[in-house]
Design a protein around this ligand. Structure first.
Ligand SMILES: [Zn+2]
Length: 144
């Protein structure tokens, strides 16, 4: 019983960390879709279940909330009470993110981040990267 309760609490905490279908995430998906890119969501067979996976470009995207993922920005600042707790909690999240990135790269994935506080600019950078790759692949195909 105690185990059930704690796993329920744990899964709630996890969903707060990796909020799914959040507004920033929907924004990124909308733009990728409009640009004609094919992607899959929350692949649980990949480390960290990335928010967006683009198999044709071996690229995964994490859309990160600044607070939960410890971004170095105003929104990422820790609350002034319970500092120890939050430092441990957010520090643990950031370490897990880093471990997931390492594992994904070892599997041959490119890892991109879109931060909540830089939603538009990070998404623009991502789209530019993908468009360049698409362009290169198309010109390689037509050269054949
Ligand atoms: Zn931020």
């Amino acid at each position: 019983m105690a185990d059930n309760v704690s796993s329920l609490v744990r899964s709630r905490m996890m969903s707060a960390v990796r909020g799914r279908h959040t507004r920033p995430e929907r924004y990124v998906r909308k733009l990728l879709h409009a640009a004609g890119f094919r992607f899959r969501l929350h692949r649980s067979d990949l480390p960290g279940s990335p928010d967006v996976t683009l198999p044709a470009y071996n690229t995964v995207v994490f859309v990160n909330g600044c607070f939960w993922h410890g971004h170095d920005c105003l929104r990422g600042r820790l609350p002034s009470s319970n500092v120890k707790f939050w430092r441990r909690k957010i520090g643990g999240n950031a370490r897990r993110d880093a471990a997931n990135e390492t594992a994904l790269k070892a599997l041959g994935w490119k890892v991109a981040y879109v931060w909540q506080c830089q939603l538009r600019s990070d998404t623009a950078v991502l789209l530019k990267y993908l468009r360049n790759r698409r362009q290169r692949e198309r010109s390689r195909e037509s050269a054949r």
